[in-house]
Design a protein around this ligand. Structure first.
Ligand code: 5FU
Length: 250
């Protein structure tokens, strides 16, 4: 008999990292496995989007370096307030990819001071196990496999990346387009209900695919929501699609 995927309640028992616990608790409370990717370029758009989608998401994913007007007082303080108001976490999709010492500097210094505000960050594992030691006070989601056409994250790479993700105490999850071991939370971007791709290498699947085929835990949706005419309504549509697909996969 084929083993069933684990529920969020079951994952609470085996995913000990404090950020994993928070994400799972929010998912259960909000009946949502949706993460919105807020790939907008002004603080005003970022805050307006967070206000609209906040009630429906477990986390807001940022690429903070694409903002043209980043300011820690005007961008991060109100964003943090919205995260508290609507109970979601902040995921900075920085995809760190350097030696530990450089990542430590990129994480805590520079314009964005990511360590001051992000609940969790993404990191490549290309530089090896020790490179992840610097992310002490956050959670790390390791990039195990990418969604884009022609990615170099083949099966051998993913196997080695998964070993690092499983063994490093700062890592509680992985970004991938394949199954990962139950001890990790799986995050799947490249989700869109209307499009198959973007003409720039992105490849899309449906929430149903992500939950049934990949047994994912969280879907990440960018343009499917922030480019739509009604982001609030679209977020609700993806939230319901994600939760139904999760329930059907149990
Ligand atoms: F690691 C990855 C990946 O493999 N694919 C991705 O698309 C990350 N992403 C991110 O998810 C990407 O940087 C975007 O921020 C987001 C997808 O946005 P979309 O508008 O839904 O295509």
């Amino acid at each position: 008999e084929e083993e069933k995927r684990l529920s969020y309640e079951q994952k609470l028992d085996i995913c000990d990292h404090s950020i994993a616990q928070k994400l799972l608790e929010i998912a259960i409370e909000k009946k949502s496995n949706l993460i919105v990717s807020a790939d907008v370029t002004t603080t005003q758009e970022l805050l307006a989007l967070a206000e609209k989608v906040g009630p429906h998401i477990v986390a807001l994913k940022t690429h903070i370096d694409i903002l043209i007007d980043f300011d820690s007082d005007n961008t991060i303080l109100p964003l943090k307030d919205l995260a508290t108001k609507y109970n979601f976490l902040l995921m900075e999709d920085r995809k760190f990819a350097d030696i530990g010492n450089t990542q430590e500097l990129q994480f805590a210094y520079g314009t964005y001071k990511i360590s001051n505000w992000a609940d969790f960050v993404t990191a490549q594992v290309i530089a090896g196990y020790d490179s992840l030691d610097c992310f002490r006070n956050v959670g790390v989601v390791a990039i195990i496999g990418m969604s884009s056409k022609g990615t170099l994250t083949d099966a051998d790479y993913r196997e080695d990346a998964t070993k690092i993700a499983l063994s490093h105490p700062n890592v509680f999850g992985g970004v991938a387009q394949n199954k990962v071991p139950n001890e990790l939370l799986l995050f799947t971007p490249g989700i869109n209900l209307a499009d198959a791709g973007d003409g720039k290498g992105q490849q899309y699947n449906t929430p149903e695919h992500a939950f049934t085929q990949l047994e994912t835990d969280f879907i990440i949706v960018g343009r499917g929501i922030y480019k739509s005419t009604d982001a609030e309504k679209s977020a609700l549509t993806y939230k319901i699609a994600g939760w139904s697909a999760y329930e059907a996969s149990l």
